[in-house]
Design a protein around this ligand. Structure first.
Ligand SMILES: *[C@@H]1O[C@H](CO)[C@@H](O)[C@H](O)[C@H]1NC(C)=O
Ligand SMILES: *[C@@H]1O[C@H](CO)[C@@H](O)[C@H](O)[C@H]1NC(C)=O
Ligand SMILES: *[C@@H]1O[C@H](CO)[C@@H](O)[C@H](O)[C@H]1NC(C)=O
Ligand SMILES: *[C@@H]1O[C@H](CO)[C@@H](O)[C@H](O)[C@H]1NC(C)=O
Length: 495
């Protein structure tokens, strides 16, 4: 082959390669230019009115992408000062007032022209479920007063509502799977793919007055009241969900106290889960102020009880077990506790809210095994109060409750939900995913604003094009490199 011909072939090949490279580059630049034009942002807000406190979450997302998955993120989490709204049962106007500061903070973040279009919700959970059981007219008054206050703000207020336990569980499950983008996957070939069972995660939520377990079981059957069906992004989902009222952290600790008080039948009561050296007095009136702790037939509400910590983990574990009814399952495998149907846990789980806060304090959120977790909790429960107070001076108010709460969590997960030392490792203890707090509130907003379409999103073309452009770019790059390499191999380096 002559030098001239060799040069000509080489020239054609290089021109083709460089030409394709330039075309691909132009396509990419044209595409990225779109990214630099900032899309308009939209906002939505949810007040999470829990039993012990209320938080306001402000979410934002790029306008026009409502139907995409994982597009919403948290712009603000404002903690409302004071107790949960049900505490204001005697003075309902105060409940509304308590929300003003966070509302102002949120409006400071949302541009004026977008405020009126910002959907705003308040959802209340187990604290209000309990109040409604006790006095439904007080619960209704609270919702009225809160709505009255929130309607005064320049937002699209869509109402204050009580969530059912099933809704609370289901929306938490939607939130975490939405944030992890596990409800729908976008394949390289430009097709939406339904998730495989392994990609969906279960959710474990521990509030103050209730706890929820929600997951996709291997065989959906059994009690229909524990079943929720969704159609999301064109996929059908049947999940198991149950909310145990009274089995939130605060009410569980109250049931534990009531058990110890009733078992001792004296005004001085040993509490094996409190650190030795710790003492606390309580009035029977306060102990029996919720429907969760059942009072004896006759008692004097003004009686004072002295609770004294003994820091005895073994006795603590047995005392905590008494607030569960395990025998009502009659040895059935598909049963949680208190006779509630529950299929065997399967898949990966995210445990958030008080599950996370408790284990975070104990440094147990790094995937520790069950035996390490168990040993850490036992050691912690043996520490005495003087030493603990010195070690954690900023935690004084809640410090004595970490041991009983941790023992409660272990009992709930192992004996209640029937996790084993193997399946323990499938639980991730976390507060956030994709910089957004995990809880029911995001799923609630997505649902009420129809932001999760039941069918496969149509508005996916932009993403589709991104993937397509990237594919072309890489194919062209690969062809160019191969051509170049072949040319060099056959013709040698150009002189
Ligand atoms: C979202 O999906 C709904 C129903 O599939 C459709 O009517 C709507 O136009 C979509 N919105 C966007 C922004 O793509
Ligand atoms: C419920 O609360 C209202 C207002 O505080 C009170 O008047 C009423 O007696 C209560 N009802 C019950 C059944 O406790
Ligand atoms: C958790 O770890 C931190 C930092 O290592 C330590 O200061 C703290 O005492 C630990 N907490 C507990 C409860 O052991
Ligand atoms: C937890 O630790 C205690 C004390 O070492 C032990 O008796 C118990 O069997 C352990 N439980 C589990 C589930 O490992």
């Amino acid at each position: 082959m002559g030098h001239a011909r060799k040069g000509l072939v080489l020239g054609i090949l290089l021109t083709t390669a460089i030409g394709s490279g330039i075309v691909a580059l132009i396509l990419v630049i044209v595409e990225t230019r779109d990214v630099y034009l900032p899309p308009e942002t939209k906002y939505g807000m949810v007040f999470d009115a829990g039993s012990s406190h209320t938080a306001l979450f402000v979410y934002r997302w790029p306008a026009g992408k409502e139907n995409d998955t994982g597009i919403v993120s948290q712009a603000l989490a404002c903690s409302v000062k004071g107790p949960g709204i049900s505490y204001y049962r005697e003075e309902p106007t105060q409940a509304g007032e308590s929300l003003r500061d966070c509302m102002r903070e949120a409006l400071g973040l949302i541009p004026d022209h977008l405020q009126r279009g910002t959907p705003t919700f308040l959802g209340a959970t187990a604290g209000m479920r309990l109040l409604r059981l006790q006095n439904s007219s007080q619960a209704d008054r609270l919702f009225e007063e809160i709505s009255k206050t929130l309607r005064q703000f320049p937002v699209d207020f869509r109402g204050a509502q009580l969530l059912t336990g099933n809704e609370e569980g289901a929306f938490g499950w939607i939130t975490i799977n939405y944030l992890l983008e596990s409800l729908v996957k976008y394949s390289f070939a430009g097709k939406w793919m339904p998730p495989t069972a392994a990609e969906l995660v279960g959710s474990l939520d521990l509030g103050g007055a209730s706890t929820q377990i929600t997951f996709r079981p291997q065989s959906p059957s059994g009690d229909p009241s524990t079943q929720e069906d969704f159609r999301l992004y064109g996929g059908n989902y049947t999940v198991y969900t149950h909310s145990y009222l009274c089995y939130g952290r605060d009410q569980a600790l109250k049931m534990l106290q009531a058990h110890l008080v009733q078992a001792s039948n004296s005004s001085r009561v040993d509490h094996p889960c409190y650190p030795s050296g710790f003492q606390e007095t309580l009035l029977l009136e306060g102990l029996y102020d919720s429907p969760c702790a059942r009072p004896p037939k006759a008692y004097n509400p003004q009686s004072e009880i002295l609770l004294r910590g003994t820091g005895d983990p073994e006795a603590c574990f047995s005392a905590v077990r008494t607030i569960f009814n395990f025998s009502s399952c009659g040895g059935r495998k598909d049963c949680g506790f208190n006779g509630v149907f529950q299929p065997a846990v399967s898949g990966h789980f995210y445990a958030f809210s008080a599950f996370y806060y408790t284990f975070d304090f104990l440094n147990l959120t790094k995937g520790q095994s069950l035996s390490v977790t168990n040993a850490t909790v036992w050691e912690f429960c043996k520490r005495n109060w003087d030493e603990m107070e010195l070690s954690y001076p900023d935690q004084k108010k809640w410090l004595h409750n970490y041991c009983p709460t941790a023992v409660y969590i272990l009992t709930l997960l192992m004996d209640g939900y029937k996790f084993t030392s193997e399946s323990w490792s499938t639980i991730s203890f976390c507060k956030q995913a994709a910089d957004t707090d995990i809880g029911w509130s995001l799923g609630y907003m997505l649902n009420l604003t129809n932001m999760i379409p039941s069918e496969e999103p149509a508005g996916s073309r932009a993403q589709n094009r991104d993937v397509w452009i990237a594919a072309v770019f890489f194919v062209v790059l690969a062809v160019s490199l191969t051509t170049g390499a072949l040319a060099v191999q056959y013709f040698g380096l150009p002189a």
